[in-house]
Ligand binder design. Structure first.
Ligand SMILES: Cc1cc2nc3c(=O)[nH]c(=O)nc-3n(C[C@H](O)[C@H](O)[C@H](O)COP(=O)(O)O)c2cc1C
Length: 182
């Protein structure tokens, strides 16, 4: 797929089926994440892959946090089912190293760039991916389960799989509303 065509036309599809990317395709996705811009070469990324029983583990972690927060049954049911919207979820973590020139903010941004690079690499290979967040990714119990320390953050859950439909059309946007010149 042409790179510019992909950049201009990518859309998310919010429910994905098997197969998830594997082998070389998955490796390409991870390698695309590892090409995120990286100030001072700190490599501030961790990618935790859940599939199969891993999705159950992710579900358990989210449910534990929701129960601790005394969430109602509807919320608990929602978080319980969330990981199963695709056959694979990659939890993307900004692993922050203290550095005098590179604040945590930049390292969080770098991990965010990794998410989009992986999403693009998935689409480029015929898969699909959608990015989800939610308050649970900031929850101390979820942080503990993923071994976060200090200023580390979960920047997103990237759901990956095979689309069952074609993505919606890209919305028309008036460039003049977004672009200014100094
Ligand atoms: C950091 C981040 C977190 C997001 N979290 C959610 C989310 O939790 N739920 C959701 O519906 N969309 C979320 N989105 C937006 C979707 O991933 C998606 O971009 C949006 O639905 C627009 O669709 P499109 O990608 O086809 O333009 C998030 C986007 C970003 C950048």
């Amino acid at each position: 797929m042409d790179a510019l065509e992909l950049l201009l036309n990518r859309r998310s599809i919010a429910k994905l089926s098997a197969p998830a990317p594997e082998g070389k395709a998955l490796e390409n996705i991870i390698r695309a994440g590892l090409r995120a811009p990286d100030h001072a070469g700190l490599t501030p990324w961790r990618f935790v892959i859940s599939q199969g029983s891993g999705l159950n583990k992710l579900s358990d972690i989210l449910v534990k946090a929701a129960v601790e927060d005394k969430s109602d049954d509807t919320v608990i049911e929602k978080v319980k089912n969330a990981p199963f919207r695709a056959p694979m979820v990659i939890t993307v973590i900004a692993k922050v190293t203290e550095h005098e020139k590179v604040p945590a903010f930049e390292q969080h941004l770098s991990a965010g760039c990794a998410v989009q690079a992986m999403q693009m690499a998935a689409v480029a290979q015929g898969f699909q991916a959608f990015w989800r967040s939610g308050k649970w990714m900031f929850h101390p119990t979820v942080h503990k389960a993923f071994g976060l320390e200090g200023e580390d953050e979960i920047v997103g859950f990237l759901y990956l799989g095979t689309p069952g439909c074609t993505p919606m059309k890209v919305p028309e946007r008036d460039l003049s509303k977004f672009v200014e010149y100094l």
